[in-house]
Ligand binder design. Structure first.
Ligand SMILES: [Zn+2]
Ligand SMILES: [Zn+2]
Length: 234
């Protein structure tokens, strides 16, 4: 696991991770590929749904009407091509080389947006059976990269997924909520402020369920840090 992490943090080939063109020793992507990514520039401060640049409220109607159980979301990209083609790959060993540059983009976004730093970083967990099958949790790899570079403690194994649930993508909104009910538990220390890390937020059902668990455990402030945000269907 540790060597896997070291491998993803080093661009040993000095080649762009997308087009394979030669890059400077530290850059994961060439400037052209970097520029073409679907950067999320203007978004709701709470849930990261895209807003128009003229929207001065910085909070979407949905969050105003019904605030979610977290305080803010930082997402780097819209879940659009090529990010939408790459993120499914980081769940497999063969796509791991993409994890570091995606995590690095998230790190830069966080550093450019001054904020109160959390007391700890927690990755969205996967069920132990899925972990055995996959060999790693991509959210843990992203969280570890951020923890190492921001010098913020990483809390592993204290937030757990106890229910081996169906894939959320095939379910309706109501089924998604039922599917995840009581799926998570937290056995970690009582801390005030955490950042929850995931690769992508789609409907937000998973993070909402986790945040309810964390709130019940006494955690006061929760920030969501993700690589990509799926735009609302409407
Ligand atoms: Zn490139
Ligand atoms: Zn919102």
């Amino acid at each position: 696991m540790t060597s896997l992490f070291k491998n993803i943090c080093t661009n040993i080939n000095h080649k762009c991770a997308l087009c394979s063109k030669s890059t400077s020793s530290k850059a994961f992507l060439c400037p052209e590929c970097l520029e073409d990514l679907p950067w999320l520039r203007s978004a709701c401060h709470i849930c990261a749904l895209p807003l128009s640049v003229t929207d001065t409220m910085h909070i979407c109607g949905q969050c105003l009407k019904s605030p979610p159980p977290f305080d803010s979301t930082q997402a780097v990209f819209l879940y659009r091509f090529p990010v939408s083609a790459i993120i499914p790959k980081i769940k497999h060993q063969a796509g791991l080389h993409h994890t570091a540059w995606l995590a690095d983009c998230l790190l830069k976004r966080l550093l450019h947006r001054p904020q109160a730093w959390p007391d700890a970083i927690i990755p969205v967990p996967i069920h132990p059976l899925r972990l055995i099958g996959r060999g790693f949790n991509q959210s843990t790899l992203i969280a570890r990269y951020l923890s190492q570079h921001l010098q913020i403690p990483l809390l592993l194994n204290q937030l757990t997924k106890n229910k081996h649930t169906k894939s959320q993508s095939s379910l309706t909104a109501k089924q998604r909520r039922t599917n995840l009910q009581h799926a998570f538990s937290y056995h970690g220390p009582l801390i005030r402020h955490i950042a929850l890390v995931d690769d992508v937020v789609t409907t937000g059902t998973t993070v909402k369920e986790i945040c309810s668990t964390l709130r019940n455990a006494g955690i006061v402030r929760i920030d969501i840090w993700v690589i990509a945000r799926t735009p609302s269907p409407d």
